[in-house]
Structures are given as C-alpha cells and as structure tokens.
Design a protein around this ligand. Structure first.
Ligand code: C2O
Ligand code: CU
Ligand code: CU
Length: 524
C-alpha cells in the first residue's frame, strides 16, 4: 500500500467495511461557501484582488500553489439588483497580466473585460457595469490573451447573482448557505503528493485539460449541510474542458428552473442533467425526506469517440451507472425556510426564426496539424483524414504517449492551433459585424468533438441542437451551448461593441480558446 491514500481510496476502503463509524462519517469536509457580497450593502462596490495563494483542497491536506480572487481559490459571490450599477474595483496582485470578464452580463463591450482590457501586474481596473437584465446566475473569470486556461485552472473564478422583483416574488429558496447554494464544479489533477498540477501537453490542448478528481467550490468530495426541504442549487461548470453528467445516487428527480440567462418558463423535471463548461443551471431539489443524498457524475468521453452530443452523453450515462463518481453529499439537517416550487416561472418571448435578418455559419475546428513532423511522414492521404475528423490525430497522440512515455511532447513543434471557420484567433481581425438591435441566425457545428460555444454580450435562444429540437431545459436564455452536429441559435444583439474593444465568441474549452478557437464581433 502507498503511504498516502487518496481520499477516494480511503472512502472506497471505508465503504467496504460493514458499517461506517460516526468518526468516519464526520470526515467529509464541509462544502466551502464563498463569501456573499451584497452590493446593496456596499454602495454598489464590488472590490476584489487577483492574488497568488496556497490552497488545501481537503482539510489538513497538502497545500497547492493557487490563485484566488481575494481568497486562496475562487472568489466572492457578488449579489446585485437589476437596475443598479456594479462598481468594480479590481486589483491585479499577480505577477502576470490578467483580464476579468463578466460571463453572462449584458453590458457594452467597452467594459466586458476580454483580451482588449488587460490589467498589468500591480494594476487596477474600475469599470462601472450597468446591470439591466433579469435575474440570473452569471460569473466572472480571467480572459487575458493566451493565458485564460491556466489562470482559471489555478483558481480564478466567481459567481454573480442578479436579483429582480419578479424572481423575488416567486419565493424560491433564497437563504444563502441554508437552502440556496452555489456549486462551482471543476476537475483538477494532483500529483503523488496531492499537489495540484496542470497538464500542458499537446493532448491537453487537443482535448482540453482534464483532471482525475472533481472539486466543488474548491474542495474534494465535500458534504453540504442543507435544509430538510426544498433547496436551490446554482450550478456552474467552471471546468476547463470537462462536461458533467449529473444525477443523484438514489435516482431522485429534480427541477431545473433556470439556465445561463435566467428563469425558464416553467420548471423542467429531470433525473439527469448535462452541464458543459461555462454553462449554469439552477435546480430545485427536495430533501424533505431527511435522507442523505449523493450527487454523482460520470466519465466524460467527449473527444474520445469523436462525439459528445447531449443524447449520446445521456445514452452513455444510462449504460454506465457503475462508473458513477460521487462528487458531493448532502446532509439535510437544517430547518427548512418556507419555499416552494412554482408551477410557472417567467414568460419568455417566442423564439421566432423569422426575426433573423442574417444567417452566419461557424465551424469549430482544429487546424494547422500539418506543421507536425509526423504529419509529413503520414503523407497526403493521412492528412486528409486528419483534417476531416481530428480523431485520428488524437489516437496517434495517445499511441505516442504510451510508446514514448518519457518524451517531451512539447518538443514536437506543436503549434497546435484551433480555429473557427479555419481561422485562428487574431486580436486585430473583426470576424462579424451584426447590426445593433437586430437578430441573426447562427448556425454552428463542431469538428472532432463537442465544443461548448459561448458568445459575449448576448443571451440567445437555441432553435436546433445537434440537428434536433433542444431539450426543455435548453429552451430558455443561454449564452453557452454544447455544439457538435448542426446547431442553430437565434441571437439578438442589444449591446454596443466597438472595433477597438470588440466582443468575443469562442469555444469554452479554455485550452481551445487559448489555442485560437475564438473570434470577435463588433456591432454596426
Ligand atoms: Cu466565460 Cu469569453 O468567456
Ligand atoms: Cu462571456
Ligand atoms: Cu472546443
């Protein structure tokens, strides 16, 4: 036996015992809750600092070098009322350049915080964000040119709750840390000592960086003490690349009430939910039975088989319940505040394709593989296959990794480039110029694997997903959607975007984004 057991090995060992001792049960760490900063109490000010830190992913565990926003990992939840301004006071205490982007906010591009708004080490940035959209769960994270993936992986991300009168009138669970919980889902890799490591191999660029362990709010397999009644879980997939396929171990169903941009028309009852990087869902779960419950996910094979459609993921989910991994347990021990599951939530305008004045097509694809020495050896025929799917490429990379374990993969001249419509990101190039106030149809497809596609400055509607009608939970406002086969969005452009500081649209597999699967638009 190794001297140090991973937590998972430990739990597996314990589970094999006839009964858990109370001491063993008490071992699960409490779910960390980021501080909630209510902007009504700070005069609208959201002050925070990006900083270097060390972080323990389990209590008493080894310390890992990390980044945090005024914390050792992640950052505060900022709660802001629609109709008010969020006055940001950001400071960069890192020794590298960063940028902060407000993912999901409908604000002008000048304050959107993409790569055109860099903040130098020691620098500050103080934009005022006019919050003029309906209640939703949005988030903020780094977006510097070429270094987004690593900075997010190190720990930079946080949530923004927008509240409004309409959502308050629904009496949804809203007591923070009692029956309303943020759940930031991520995956991380750890070395033998339990220290966080970041995979920068070409495979990780190809596939997105994956971690062997899931963390929730920066903790490994925590336990949340929740209300013995209805609870609201605000889910963010904050992983660099991994899709999570969520279900409860006991198969209990739950109600999806909101997607990225706000409330759905009515609750959608499901037993499983796929959440892709960048996406948010709010769900209501009933723990009135007082029984402990475990939230589980499953291996994400996106890219391995060249497909990652929602239905494929769901099929696999059904077939693979034995591969379930518990990522969080719930202990319903707190008295439940009054809360209810309303029959209807919001009224949404019909998503009418006829509104669109223009259609644009975007293919999310890898490119430039022919720069690699082995590509030349593969010859023209091989190349054609490669460009067609990228899967062969992945197979080769894996084979190589196995055949040459000690080899430095970075030495292969891997200018691994990702693209949209065969063009890799260029900060000086504007890729689309939609008319301010108009609606457009964006027709997307993804090569080699499914790509979580995100557009800044909008909330869109999904008309068609992977060639079919979208599932109910994807029929509300969204800013990120997992794309593989033909997908059609109805996008309305309400925010001004300039040529100097345009809006981004990109794959939210952050390694793909950094490698160039990103483009930009301005409004005209
Ligand atoms: Cu969440 Cu351009 O990003
Ligand atoms: Cu965004
Ligand atoms: Cu991608």
């Amino acid at each position: 036996m190794p001297l140090t057991l991973t937590r998972r090995q430990l739990l597996a060992g314990l589970a094999a015992l006839p009964a858990l001792t109370p001491a063993a049960e008490a071992a699960a760490p409490d779910l960390p809750l980021p501080p909630l900063v209510d902007l009504e109490k700070t005069g609208g000010i959201a002050a925070f600092t990006a900083q270097k830190a060390t972080h323990q992913f389990s209590p008493g565990g080894p310390a890992s070098e990390s980044y945090g926003y005024s914390a050792s990992f992640l950052g505060p939840v900022f709660k802001v009322r629609a109709g008010t301004d969020m006055k940001v006071q950001f400071r960069n205490a890192l020794d590298v350049e960063t940028a902060v982007h407000w993912h999901g906010l409908l604000i002008p591009s000048a304050v959107d915080g993409g790569p055109h708004n860099p903040v130098a080490p020691g620098g500050t940035w103080e934009p005022t964000l006019p919050i003029r959209q309906q209640a939703c769960t949005a988030w903020y994270h780094p977006h510097p040119h070429g270094d987004t993936a690593r900075q997010v992986y190190m720990g930079l991300a946080g949530l923004i709750y927008i509240e409004d009168d309409a959502s308050a009138a629904l009496n949804l669970p809203a007591a923070y840390g009692v029956n309303d919980f943020p759940l930031v889902l991520q995956d991380r890799d750890f070395d033998d000592q339990g220290v966080m490591v970041y995979d920068t191999s070409p495979m990780a660029v190809m596939h997105g960086a994956r971690g062997a362990q899931v963390i929730v709010n920066g903790a490994l397999q925590p336990q949340a003490q929740v209300a013995k009644g209805l609870n609201r879980l605000r889910l963010l997939n904050g992983a660099n690349a991994r899709n999570f396929q969520l279900r409860f171990a006991d198969g209990r169903s739950f109600a999806v009430i909101a997607s990225d941009g706000g409330l759905l028309e009515k609750p959608v009852t499901v037993a499983t939910l796929v959440i892709a990087p960048g996406e948010r869902y709010e769900i209501l779960v009933d723990f009135a039975d007082g029984k402990p419950a475990a939230l589980q996910t499953f291996p994400d094979y996106n890219g391995d088989f060249g497909t990652g459609t929602i239905s494929a993921l769901k099929d696999r989910l059904a077939a693979m319940t034995h591969e379930a991994e518990t990522i969080l347990t719930f202990a319903p021990v707190k008295p439940a505040p009054a809360a209810k599951l309303p029959a209807s939530l919001a009224s949404l305008p019909a998503a009418n394709a006829a509104e669109a004045v223009q259609t644009r097509r975007f293919l999310l694809n890898p490119m430039n593989m022919m720069n690699m020495p082995m590509m030349e050896a593969a010859g023209q025929g091989g190349m054609a296959n490669m460009n067609h799917s990228g899967m062969m490429m992945q197979g080769m990379m894996k084979g190589m990794k196995m055949a040459m374990p000690g080899m430095d993969m970075s030495g292969l001249g891997m200018g691994m480039k990702m693209a949209i419509n065969d063009k890799s990101f260029d900060m000086a190039r504007i890729d689309a110029e939609p008319k301010l106030g108009s609606s457009e149809l964006w027709e997307l497809s993804g090569e080699a694997m499914a790509h979580p596609f995100h557009i800044h400055g909008v909330q869109f509607r999904v008309l068609e997903l992977d060639g079919a009608a979208p599932p109910e939970e994807q029929r509300g406002w969204k800013d990120t959607v997992l794309v593989n086969q033909k997908t059609r969005l109805l996008v309305r452009f309400t925010q001004t975007a300039t040529a100097e500081k345009p809006f981004m649209f990109h794959c939210h597999i952050l390694e793909h984004e950094d490698a160039g699967m990103m483009a930009q638009y301005r409004t005209v």
